[in-house]
Design a protein around this ligand. Structure first.
Ligand SMILES: *Cc1c(COP(=O)(O)O)cnc(C)c1O
Ligand code: SF4
Length: 454
C-alpha cells in the first residue's frame, strides 16, 4: 500500500532476532542464518520485508532468496565451524577471524578489477575510478558504498564486509574531473557503488554538478547504477529530498546531457508495487532515461517467464531492457550459478515471447577480464557443437562485435571454463590479453598463467 510517510528502517546481522517475520523459523535455522551472515553481507529494510517478500512461500520466495542468507551458500564444514563459534557464545573478534578465513576463499575480487581497471596517475592509483572500456569511466563515490538492502549474490560483497583494502571510493569529485579533462574520448560516466542513491541528494549533487561544466562537454551521459526502484522506491517519492533528486536529474537534461538510471531489477515482483511503478514514471518524467539489467540467478530468476514478464513491464513503464548478466565467479557462486547453456536457453525462450521493443536487451553477458562476452547461441559448425560468443565490450575496442567459438560444454558456467573450438589453440584475444596484463599489472605477473582471463 502507498504510504506517504514511510520511514526507512534497516536490519543487519545483529537484528535477525528482531525481524518479526522470522519468528516462523526454528532456533536452528536462525543460528544458521546468523552464521552465514557473519561471512556474507546481510542487510534488508522494512519495505523489502513487509511488501516484497511473500512469507507464505519462504524459503522458496525469490525475494527472500535475493536478500536473506541461505544455508547452502557456504561450504558445510565452514558453516559448521562458524555456527559452533556463535552457538558457544564466542566473542566477536573470534567469529570475525573465522569469517575472514572463509571470505578469502570466496574469490572476493573477480575479473581483475583491482589490478587491471584502476588507472594510474603520476605512479599512483587513482582511488574511486575504474576505466576498462574506452568510452565509459566508472566512479565510486565514497559516500555511496552501501545499499538500501543487499543482494545475496552481489559481486561487490567484499566491500560491504570490509574486505576491500583498495576501497574503490573517491574522496571527492575533483580527481574525477581532472581525469575526465585528460581523457576526451570518454562519453559516459557511470556512478556506481554500492548504490549511489543511498546518498542524500545534496551529496550526490557535489559529484554530478561538476560534470555539467562546459570543460567536460565530451561527457554526454551520466549514468547512475541503482537498485533503489526495487529496494526503496520512496527515494523518488516521499523521502525528504526526493523532489530535489528529480530536480537534479532535470538539471542534467537541461545541461544537454542524458541522465540514465541503470536500474538493477532482478524479479518481476520488484516492479509490481504501485510505488515502484510511480518511481520509474517520476524518473522518466524528470527527463531521465531508465535502463534495466540484472544477473541471472538460480533460486531468484532462473526461468524465462520471469524475464519475459520483467522486460514487458519495463517497456510498458517506458524503461529499456539492457543486459542479462551471468552471475560472476565470486561469493556464493556455487549456490547461484546457472550453466551457460541453460542461461542461453532461458534468455532465448524469454526473448522469443516479447515484442521488438523488449529486444533491446542483450545477454547472457559475462563481465570477464577481457570484456563483456555475450553467449549468442549454441550451434553446429562443421559437425562440431559450439558456443557462439561475441564481445559486447572489449578491453581492446577492436574486439567489440567480434564473433568467436568455444567447444560446447553443458556444465561450463564461466568464460574460464570454455576452450576454443574448431581446432584453435587459444581464443583470438588471449595473446593480447597476456601482453596487457604484463603492461598494466606487472605486480600480478606471479599469478598462475591459466588465470589469464576470468
Ligand atoms: C559493464 C561495464 C561498463 C559499461 O558497459 P556498457 O556496455 O556501456 O553498459 C563499463 N565499465 C565496466 C568495468 C563494466 O563492467
Ligand atoms: S544493489 Fe547492487 S551493489 Fe547493492 S548489493 Fe545488490 S547487486 Fe550489490
Amino acid at each position: 500500500m502507498e504510504d506517504h510517510n514511510r520511514k526507512f528502517k534497516t536490519y543487519g546481522r545483529r537484528d535477525i532476532d528482531r525481524i518479526p517475520q522470522l519468528s516462523r523459523l526454528s532456533a536452528e535455522e536462525l543460528l544458521t542464518m546468523k552464521a552465514v551472515s557473519a561471512v556474507l553481507p546481510f542487510r534488508v529494510n522494512n519495505y523489502v520485508v513487509e511488501d516484497l517478500i511473500d512469507w507464505s512461500d519462504v524459503p522458496n520466495d525469490p525475494i527472500y532468496q535475493l536478500t536473506f542468507p541461505q544455508e547452502q551458500m557456504l561450504d558445510a564444514g565452514d558453516l559448521a565451524r562458524i555456527r559452533d563459534l556463535i552457538h558457544e557464545g564466542k566473542e566477536e573478534p573470534l567469529i570475525q577471524e573465522e569469517a575472514r578465513r572463509i571470505q578469502e576463499k570466496l574469490n572476493p575480487h573477480p575479473a581483475g578489477q583491482v589490478d587491471l581497471n584502476v588507472p594510474m596517475s603520476k605512479g599512483e592509483r587513482l582511488p574511486g575510478i575504474q576505466h576498462k572500456y574506452r568510452e565509459t569511466v566508472l566512479f565510486f563515490p565514497s559516500q555511496g558504498q552501501t545499499c538500501h538492502a543487499y543482494c545475496t549474490y552481489c559481486f561487490r560483497w567484499a566491500q560491504f564486509v570490509g574486505l576491500d583494502d583498495l576501497k574503490f571510493a573517491a574522496r571527492e569529485a575533483a580527481g574525477l574531473v581532472e581525469y575526465l579533462q585528460n581523457h576526451r574520448q570518454v562519453t559516459d560516466v557511470l556512478i556506481t557503488g554500492g548504490d549511489p542513491l543511498v546518498m542524500k541528494t545534496s551529496v550526490l549533487r557535489r559529484y554530478i554538478e561538476p560534470l555539467l561544466h562546459p570543460s567536460l562537454d565530451h561527457v554526454q551521459n551520466i549514468r547512475i547504477g541503482s537498485k533503489a526502484p526495487a529496494y526503496w522506491p520512496y527515494r523518488f517519492l516521499t523521502d525528504r529530498d526526493a523532489e530535489d533528486l528529480l530536480r537534479l536529474f532535470s538539471e542534467v537534461r537541461a545541461a544537454g546531457k542524458q541522465l540514465a538510471l541503470m536500474a538493477h531489477i532482478s524479479h518481476p515482483r520488484e516492479l509490481a508495487p504501485t510505488v515502484a511503478e510511480t518511481a520509474i514514471r517520476r524518473v522518466i518524467d524528470a527527463g531521465a532515461t531508465v535502463r534495466c539489467q540484472s544477473p541471472l540467478i538460480r533460486h531468484v530468476n532462473d526461468n524465462s517467464m520471469a524475464w519475459a514478464e520483467m522486460w514487458r513491464n519495463q517497456v510498458r513503464l517506458g524503461a529499456v531492457p539492457y543486459y542479462m548478466f551471468v552471475e560472476r565467479d565470486t561469493g556464493a557462486k556455487n549456490y547461484f550459478e546457472v550453466p551457460l547453456a541453460r542461461a542461453w536457453k532461458i534468455f532465448r525462450r524469454a526473448y522469443r515471447q516479447t515484442s521488438g521493443l523488449c529486444r533491446t536487451v542483450r545477454g547472457p553477458s559475462m563481465s570477464a577480464a577481457p570484456g563483456k562476452v555475450l553467449i549468442e547461441g549454441i550451434t553446429r559448425v562443421g559437425g562440431e557443437e559450439v558456443f557462439v560468443l561475441k564481445f559486447a565490450q572489449g578491453r581492446d575496442p577492436s574486439w567489440v562485435d567480434h564473433i568467436f567459438f568455444a567447444k560446447y560444454d553443458p556444465k561450463a558456467t564461466w568464460l574460464s571454463d570454455l576452450r576454443p573450438a574448431l581446432g584453435e589453440r587459444e581464443f583470438f584475444f588471449e595473446r593480447e590479453m597476456r601482453q596487457m596484463r604484463r603492461l598494466l599489472a606487472p605486480s600480478s605477473s606471479s599469478s598462475p598463467p591459466d588465470s589469464s582471463f576470468g
